[in-house]
Design a protein around this ligand. Sequence first.
Ligand code: ADP
Ligand code: MG
Length: 730
Amino acid sequence: MDASPAAGQPPSPHADRPRSLSTPLERLPGVGTARAEKLVKLELVTASDALMHFPREYRDFSGAHAVADFREGEHASIAGEVTSVAARTTAGGRPLLTVLLACKDGSVRGVWFNMPFMNRRFAAGMRVVIAGVPKKSGLIWEFSHPEVRWLSSEEQPHASDWLAIYPLAEGVPQAVVRAAVQAALAHAADLPAEAFPPDVLAAKSLLPIGEAFREIHCPSSQGMIDAARRRFVYQELFMLQLALRMHRERQQRDHAAAMIDVDARLDSRIRARFPFPFTPAQRRVCGEIVADMRCPRPMNRLLQGDVGSGKTAVAIYAMLAVAATAVKAGEAASAAAAGEPPGSQPPVKPLRYQAAIMAPTELLARQHMATLERLLAGSGVEVQLLVGGQPAKERKRILARMQSGEVGIVVGTQALVCGETAKFSNLGLVVIDEQHRFGVLQRATLQKGATDPHVLVMTATPIPRTIAHAVYGDLDVSVLDEQPPGRQTVRTYRVGPEQLDQWWEFWCKKLAEGRQGYVVVPAVEESKRELASIASTFEALANGPLEAFRLGLVHGRLKPKEKAAIMDRFRAGEIDVLVATSVIEVGIDVPQATLMTILDADSFGLAQLHQLRGRVARGSTQGICGAVTAAADASIPRIEAFVATTDGFALAEQDLLLRGPGELVGTRQSGAPPMYLADLLRDSSVVAEARRDALELFARDPSLSAPSWGRLRELILKRWGEQLGLGKVG
Ligand code: ADP
Ligand code: MG
């Protein structure tokens, strides 16, 4: 979405003070220099910026509620007449103002602490609307520090009184933002050009753009808030889908990829390397990948599978298929460069395609490396690890072997592998493991050459489909919907402080039986405190409940090599209990570890908790997980959901519902293109509709060449053209 003016805008009626979307806020009446300086913190500089700064929520100020409607914890606004005003000082010495209102179906009370200046503003007989979250106090509902609107003698409360609440930054108060938006509306609400042709607006019942801007900031009713939101969300997603489609099509047209053909012989040769038969789901997904890679167009596939479903095996299968395929003559970059006539050299090993897998942490990269080395022992495929902190000489050697084509598979962290993709001789496939931040823009950087690698993105954080469409709209999706045989669900408990002794006793019994386990401590941002808190937890356990056992400690401040060494000892059974920060959260695979205690579980997100629990769901022994929380009686919906279900998809939906609007697809987090306000779960029907319509338009007119779509096309190119390689405007 964009509020920039269309070409050919009619001349402004005030020729002396031209109105423009790029007018600096500072020049608008009611803003001024001091406020404008503050607004910069929110990146609000021009009228257009302010128009595009959408409210986070709305407060109902209509006074339309009755006492009978009040619900504990819910916002309400009610109109009434002041019947008494009492100012006194509490026993604690704080000034307290109590105002009693007679409303249409009963009395309510407003209270203000420490705000003596409010006393003068109320008198018996005044009519007001108050808004806030009432609480039952004895027999009467009480508003603590409500917002107040004083009604003049004739004035009736309006159904239209909805107050926009804006996202803020430190030191930028609500009133300043509101003033800027109001000024921008007065100055420029009618300037943004309409992106949709009139017949589409009508057919889709979308508010025209100017009206949408007015209603999103100054709604005239709840219904209009919804209508305005719908208009912006629809446009946002419509444009995004078109951009992703255009990107995909361009890629398919302009980019070639290695043709990887897996015949029955190769298939059984690869599968024979694994110590287990593939699950039907793994076989199906491998088939989908093979079908993609057989075509000379780059694969773009997302593999979703709950923790423990065996994504690594699928990735390794695909990488081995690539590494077994000979580069066709004429396609080998390095061979061609040599310029030797054929036959002038002794026949060498044919050049083969290469594959790379990138992990989010070094620990996980090392684990993948170990798995590959185990599976490929005695094979001709060379595997190399590329991580930080390797000696420069070693690194140089590996890079040289990548470039000459001798390395078949490279395992590394994202930062490193991503930076070195150009150094491969014939990169055929990139696997991206557990990279929730690896969105379309990041992927676009991988696929820039003449021949591009196939790309497989793997994630265990299941994304509801609506979101997957928005974030990964250019990907095909495969799902591993089956766990390897013999898996049991993890028994999960919530452990309150008063049950903690009992919990450790239970643990000791299990450890004495020979089990191994993790104790996870939340990582604190600040490194020193993190160390202190985990070290003291470690001490307390080692000298307390777990003193009979061998404990190990891993945290983010250890060197990668030290971390790896401790993990190896844990894997080898030389350590019974691993005390760890969430460095072990993603992907770590030690099947014989079956006990998990998550301390301060309430400080983890639901997805993270599920990932942690996944660490002990890997063997055939039933895993046991305890989520330790403060006060056992307080309701913590996240923890309750976690205890109640082990289905990752159900938890992902829950998570989104619980976190609510605004935090959904944090754009930077997900690597998705920026979105102004699509709250994807709440808007899921709009998402589906916008997607369907966009695909339909794309099928009819893939380059949006019809004049009526010219404006939309321009907006798409301006917003995403460069990042997605769609070309520039014009
Ligand atoms: P995730 O999907 O979470 O990345 P992993 O790939 O780490 O899961 O696999 C989890 C565990 O399951 C590993 O120990 C792996 O060896 C094992 N595994 C994978 N596929 C199978 C299978 N088909 N049969 C038995 N065990 C399997
Ligand atoms: Mg994994």
